[in-house]
Design a protein around this ligand. Structure first.
Ligand SMILES: Nc1ncnc2c1ncn2[C@@H]1O[C@H](COP(=O)(O)OP(=O)(O)OP(=O)(O)O)[C@@H](O)[C@H]1O
Ligand SMILES: [Mg+2]
Length: 249
């Protein structure tokens, strides 16, 4: 599906294998600036690999991946710079356990963005405020709930001023009562125009905040449509089966 907005993330003809397994098969995907794309599909369909390929955490064998019109470099300094433009939020928050919350959101700013410590702290506190955690800046990750830790991880990603954010099942490790607070932050980002690719089983988020739903199965994009169309009438048998299963929960 094409998008009316200027493209920010573009994949064309992307292929990847893990040994015999063809995990990404001829993937074409364009994410427009400010667009929110939710990626769903059965376990093993390639959703995480897709996210990781966009950020070059995985190499691909063929095809093009570009961010804001520039191809993703293979390695080196250019890769580090471009990777900083696409933030990633994982299921496991990956915070630095022995650093305070504020340090977690300032370290990469001083190292990668070369900001002064004072500037980085100012920006870090603003972002912690935005995710509702300014009061907890001096705590350590282990002293926070899972939902709070995930909000710190989002603030840390935002601190790099990324052009886009990738989320890989950001709420699936959380207790039900803290899922909402993370989804609220994500809904706010979507409203503010952040470009987002979100792998999630939260269909409420997909319905309310996604511009498009991408349904993957067996390494392919099977459907790529607005959520209201996709949920009302999935075209493929694979998507109908998948929805029937997850909506039973
Ligand atoms: N590093 C790896 N080496 C070998 N196989 C891998 C590797 N990473 C993923 N795979 C395999 O590739 C396929 C796609 O994995 P991927 O993690 O992208 O799926 P997914 O759609 O994110 O699944 P889930 O919903 O369970 O997170 C799976 O069959 C997985 O076992
Ligand atoms: Mg996954």
């Amino acid at each position: 599906m094409t998008t009316a907005r200027p493209p920010l993330i573009e994949l064309a003809g992307v292929n990847k294998h893990f040994g015999e397994l063809h995990v990404l098969q001829d993937i074409d995907l364009v994410v427009g600036r400010g667009e929110v794309v939710v990626v769903i599909g059965p376990s093993g369909s390639g959703k995480s690999t897709l996210c990781r390929a966009i950020n070059r955490l995985e190499t691909v064998e063929s095809g093009r991946i570009s961010i804001d019109g520039r191809p993703m470099p293979q390695e080196g300094r250019a890769l580090a710079a471009l990777r900083a433009e696409v933030g990633m939020v994982f299921q496991s928050f990956n915070l630095f356990a022995h650093r305070t919350v504020l340090d977690n959101v300032t370290l990469a700013q001083t190292k990668v963005r070369r900001r002064s410590r004072a500037d980085a702290e100012r920006r870090g506190l603003d972002l912690l405020d935005r995710v509702g955690l300014a009061a907890l800046a001096d705590r350590y990750p282990a002293q926070l709930s899972g939902g709070q830790q995930q909000r710190v991880a989002i603030a840390r990603a935002l601190a790099m001023d990324p052009k886009a954010l990738l989320f890989d099942e950001p709420t699936s490790a959380l207790d039900p009562e803290t899922i909402t607070e993370v989804l609220d932050v994500m809904r706010g980002l979507a409203r503010d125009g952040m470009t987002m690719v979100v792998v999630t089983h939260e269909m409420g988020f997909a319905r309310a905040s996604a511009d498009r739903v991408v349904f993957m199965a067996d390494g392919r994009i099977v459907e790529d449509r607005p959520p209201e169309e996709f949920f009302a009438a999935p075209r493929s048998a694979r998507a109908r089966d998948f929805l029937a299963k997850i909506l039973q929960h």
